[in-house]
Ligand binder design. Sequence first.
Ligand code: SF4
Ligand code: SF4
Length: 56
Amino acid sequence: MAYKIVDTCINCGACASECPVNAISQGDTQFDIDAAACIDCGNCANVCPVGAPVQD
Ligand code: SF4
Ligand code: SF4
């Protein structure tokens, strides 16, 4: 079960630098998680100010 980022993302970028496997990148409208790379550590959810990363 990888994490995904829902559309409440405000593009602050805080999550990307906290991901140990660099699975998070900026997409066209919001940040996105590469589900194949995500190891479910939860760091992104812990640092996100709006709770946008959720378990898929
Ligand atoms: S749960 Fe961890 S590994 Fe997965 S995207 Fe978030 S920070 Fe990266
Ligand atoms: S920390 Fe949250 S609001 Fe900021 S870019 Fe990541 S998912 Fe979006």
